[in-house]
Write a protein that binds this ligand. Structure first.
Ligand code: MF3
Ligand code: CO
Ligand code: CO
Length: 265
């Protein structure tokens, strides 16, 4: 079921999103060569809790952590592992969902560890731009296919990357995952029409090579959890924002950048 949110509810989600954004801003300084994926988890978990929030990925379908921390060819849903030590040149994706006063927000961000190669910097730039091209289509009266097409056309047709099909954006609030699915691919003018008060995530995962991914089991006898890696070993990048469809256009609720995002706030 798709629920339309009031301006009051959207404001609650924006406050949740502001706390989430503060975590990501903190991670910019934390993430450097030599730290473990578990250090990212611990920082995030403590920051959210000490500011009155709840890390809402914890407990979701048996998941045990506040974050998903995926490195290089890992695409998504990777558990933060103490054994994963970040090296100069790595690309790390940190995805988290939080709840604050009953309001959810969800945002994944990609980080260069030290300095990444020009090839990976381009993958990051294209993926971030793809997210914003999708957001630009999130206006009343457009259809979900307009969002998906904008992302797919730019990443695949114009840049030759692979746009992951299996993992998609979603409605959000009151729970983490609500209807509708927000596919990062599709056809213009097709699909559900966007209405004022919808709250959704857009979260393209863009691969250097093929869009195909494969599931892997975490190597932990106490934790049965599946995550995804690229099928061809190429690296993958992701950015995700939570946003609201409003009369004034798409409103980003997880912005970390009041100047760059000014027209979406
Ligand atoms: N935050 C993720 C999303 O974008 C959900 C991760 S599910 C988890 O939808 F269980 F791995 F946390
Ligand atoms: Co997410
Ligand atoms: Co999401």
């Amino acid at each position: 079921m798709i629920t339309l949110k009031s301006p009051r509810e959207i404001e609650g989600m924006r406050k949740s999103g502001a706390l989430l954004a503060a975590v990501h801003i903190g991670l910019r300084d934390l993430i450097k060569p030599g730290i473990s994926a578990m250090a990212i988890e611990n920082f995030t978990n403590d920051y959210i809790i000490s500011h009155g929030g709840i890390p809402s990925e914890k407990g979701f379908e048996g998941y045990k952590y506040a974050t998903c921390v995926a490195v290089n060819d890992e695409v998504a849903h990777a558990t933060p592992r103490q054994s994963v030590i970040l090296k100069n040149g790595d690309l790390v994706k940190v995805d988290m969902t939080i709840s604050l006063n009953g309001y959810q927000s969800d945002s994944c961000w990609s980080y260069a560890v030290g300095e990444v190669s020009p090839k990976i910097q381009k993958l990051m730039d294209v993926t971030k731009k793809a997210l914003y091209l999708g957001i630009d289509q999130a206006v009343i009266g457009n259809r979900l296919g307009d969002i998906g097409y904008a992302i797919q056309h730019y990443t695949e047709d114009e840049n030759g990357y692979g746009d992951v099909r299996e993992l998609v954006g979603h409605g959000i609030q009151p729970t983490m995952h609500e209807d509708p699915d927000v596919l990062p691919y599709g056809e213009p003018h097709k699909g559900l029409r966007l209405k004022e008060g919808m709250t959704i995530t857009i979260e393209p995962m863009i691969n250097e090579g093929t869009w195909q991914i494969v599931a892997k089991e975490v190597a932990d006898p106490n934790d049965s959890w599946e995550y995804y890696v690229t099928a061809d070993g190429g690296w993958s990048c992701q950015y995700e924002h939570t946003l609201a469809i409003t009369k004034n256009g798409p409103k980003i609720l997880t912005s970390q950048d009041p100047i760059g995002d000014a027209k979406y706030l």
